[in-house]
Design a protein around this ligand. Sequence first.
Ligand SMILES: [Zn+2]
Length: 455
Amino acid sequence: MHRQLKLAPPKSPFILGSVMALALTLPAVSQPYQNYQQNQPSMPANGIPANLTPQQKYLRDVFIFKKLGLVDELEKQGKRVQARAILEELATLDPNPYSADVHGLLGLACYKLGNNPEAIKHYQISLQYEKGKKLDGYWNIALAYMTMSDYENATLWCKKLLAKNPPSDLRRQAERFLNEADEERNIRQDALNQGITGAEPGGDYLAFLQSTKEANRWPQAKMPLKVFIEDDRHVPGFRKEFVSIFLNCLEVWTKASGNRITFQLVSGLDQADIHVIYTANVDDIARKPGMAPLEQGLATIATRGFDGPYGAIEEAKIQLLVHKPSSNKGLTDDEMKGVSLHEIGHALGLSGHSPNDADIMHFMMSFRQLPALTRRDKLTISRIYQDMPATSQTASSNYQPSDMGVAGHLQPQFTPQQPPAPEQPQLQQQPQYQQSNQFQPSQQYQYQQPNQYQH
Ligand SMILES: [Zn+2]
């Protein structure tokens, strides 16, 4: 059921009917809710409860707090639709101390379910309740617009964020997007001027890359390409799984090229065509000196002359950051796979980016990307190498990519506090307030990593 939410908070502090309905649909009826029911305000004729007493407000807040914990649980289990349904019910209890959190989470849930316009609406409501205290919502709105390829609005919201003097990690994310978007916009405009959109569904983006001279390839004499992976066990945050992920990604590209691109691991840098380095130092992957070093990886190639219509690649270097650019948080296997595929794509000659945000070679990770090549990625690489002979080397892998989920949305900085007990009332039963001890969240709400750009 889709609930229409209004930007302005509803006048009534709460709507009892929704709470009742919620209780019926939730797996566990919480003690606080039962307490709340027993203490619910009497219903006036119009069906809207009279103003709540402090005690009733407290019980309501405890109820919401508990449900947010349940939402967190459901999210962890991947039950996004159920989680969103609960959040939509909680949203009917606006305004309350959790309204900003509820709408922030609703925005995120809608984003994950692919409904960006709805996500943007909830993020905006959340911002109204935040009253400028937290700024993640600005970035999340920008990111939802990016996912819709609406770079104008994404730019607008990044600028709104920057005008608020955000903390440095948010600021750098926004600045980086503005730089990247500018660059991408210019590239697209150049391509459009040449009559190339690069976005034909089902097609490839080779013409798009060629329009900016960003299509290169390894000459056939170089096959198999010699790959040297540095022993990076000393790098903090490095996991040995990263190497097997990388090897798997090489196989993925071999297969995509129709076995025209093949690889061989070598044990010395002097024999290597492709040098792979894992690093924990963000400066290593800064694309331009002085530019905020926030990218997840960096691939550089050296070309000499031409091989057919393409620049002839002589050597390549791939540097992969083992943690997020703006924090020390490590990468998951799927994240590392996405970044590895992207950087290898650059090292194989796809030097530019795809204009389609589902492609692994898009300039930023997006909701629509899986850590896998799209048909367009595969078509593009196979077209570049199509006149080379295929080898009998077969790519095999039992690595199953799983849904990488959302890259990019900042979960609202959400560590809800349990509601403070109201002033001890002179009343009756003592109380339910004692129960506040039970409402410790089992763990903090999970945060999404910030958006990662790849280069
Ligand atoms: Zn890139």
